[in-house]
Every structure is written in C-alpha cells, then in structure tokens.
Design a protein around this ligand. Structure first.
Ligand SMILES: [Zn+2]
Length: 227
C-alpha cells in the first residue's frame, strides 16, 4: 500500500550562541559561494528534536534521529511568526547526535549572515526572546505505540491511556528534513504552521485516517488543505 507521506512539525530548543566563529569558518564556507569572513555571520546551536514523547504524543526512535542528523546540514533555518510568512534566516552547516543520560537529541549548528535584514533576528535569539525551535519533516510511517500498526489503520488514539501505557506515535521512515525554525518562547510551535501541507499531529492523523478509509479516486482531494 502506498500512502502519502506525513509532513509534521516537532519542537525543540535553542541551546547556545557560539562565541568563536573562527573555529567553524571553514565548515561554514563549504556552503558559501565566496569565502565569508568571521564577522559576517553568527552561529547558533539548536536542539531540533529528541527521543522523548513530546506534548503532541509523538516520539522519534533513535535510528530516525540518526537519519535526521544526516539530512539536516544544508537545510534552511526559518524565522516563524504567527501572522506572517516565515523567512529563511540561516543555513545548518553541521549536525551531531547529542546524548545526555537517556535523552538523545539532534543538535545542529546554523550560521546566520549578519545582514541588515537579519539584525533583529540575531538580537532576538541572543537576547533570549526566540528560544524554541521546531523542525519540519516528512515521514512515511506513524507507528502505534500500543499495537505496532500504522496509526492510520488502527483505532488507538494518541494521548489516551490503554492499561498502563499512553498511546503515542512512533515516527518512522523519515524521508526528508524540510527546515528548522526558531520561534518566540512560549508560542505554540505547531499552532502557526505556514506550509499548507504541514498540519498539527491530531488534525494530520484525522485527515490521514479519512483518506485511508476513503475509496481511491482518480483526482483525490488535497487532504492537507482540510484544516
Ligand atoms: Zn494501535
């Protein structure tokens, strides 16, 4: 069975601002068309996603974090607003998998050009106003943590308890990383998704279940626009 890949968002956190751009200038310059000087860009470290069940009841297994880690360099960092479109602000130039106790995160570094247009964005990050992140990605298989089936085909509801276990999505078969975003702290990262194809998890599952249970048509409606 060939089903449309899911496009979701997942939240993380901004970790650090890096003080020594000279230490990474060679890695940054792999993505630039002319060699940049160290005073031309700022570098930030983000946690894009992790292996914990998040507040939307989804979880990445570690092998999918490895895949996201490999896909992230070269992808754009976006600035996200509730009321207007997002703008690309930077480029992820390297990424690593970070472990602390049982928590595993994908922790990339991003460079942001110190242009006039990016000045406020950089100040907002350095000043702690923008400190949450989210990742836009696509994947094929939302596995049910209760029964192991594709969640679109079973009746378990993420967030609901079944015996001792709370049902959640296990996000499998990641296909691509679309972008990472920075958002103001306290905002609902999934609440103002700009791409028409990326829905918050509950709506995405509802739409996918509707699509799965519908007969196949030649010109299927765009379920992603059904928010
Ligand atoms: Zn299930």
């Amino acid at each position: 069975m060939d089903m449309e890949p899911f496009v979701f968002r997942h939240e993380g956190a901004l970790v650090a601002s890096r003080g020594r751009p000279e230490a990474v200038v060679d890695e940054v310059n792999r993505f630039a068309l002319r060699p940049l000087e160290t005073d031309e860009f700022a570098v930030f470290t983000l946690d894009l996603c992790h292996n914990r069940v998040d507040r939307h009841f989804s979880r990445f297994p570690e092998e999918e974090l490895d895949r996201i880690n490999a896909l992230t360099p070269g992808r754009p960092l976006m600035e996200r607003h509730a009321l207007r479109d997002s703008l690309p602000r930077g480029t992820f130039f390297r990424s690593r998998v970070h472990r602390q106790g049982d928590t595993v995160t994908v922790r990339p570094d991003v460079y942001v050009l110190r242009t006039t247009a990016n000045a406020d964005f950089i100040v907002n990050i350095e000043g702690g106003v923008y400190r949450e992140t989210s990742i836009g990605f696509s994947f094929r298989l939302p596995e049910c943590s209760v029964c192991g089936k594709d969640l679109r085909t079973c009746d378990h509801v993420p967030g609901r308890s079944y015996g001792d276990a709370v049902c959640h999505y296990i996000l499998r078969e990641v296909m691509d990383v679309i972008e990472g975003s920075v958002v103001a702290s306290g905002s609902q990262g999934t609440g103002f998704v700009a791409e028409e194809r990326a829905l918050p998890l509950p709506q995405a599952l509802d739409a996918a279940r509707r699509a799965y249970h519908e007969p196949i048509t030649i010109n299927p409606p765009n379920v992603w626009a059904a928010e």
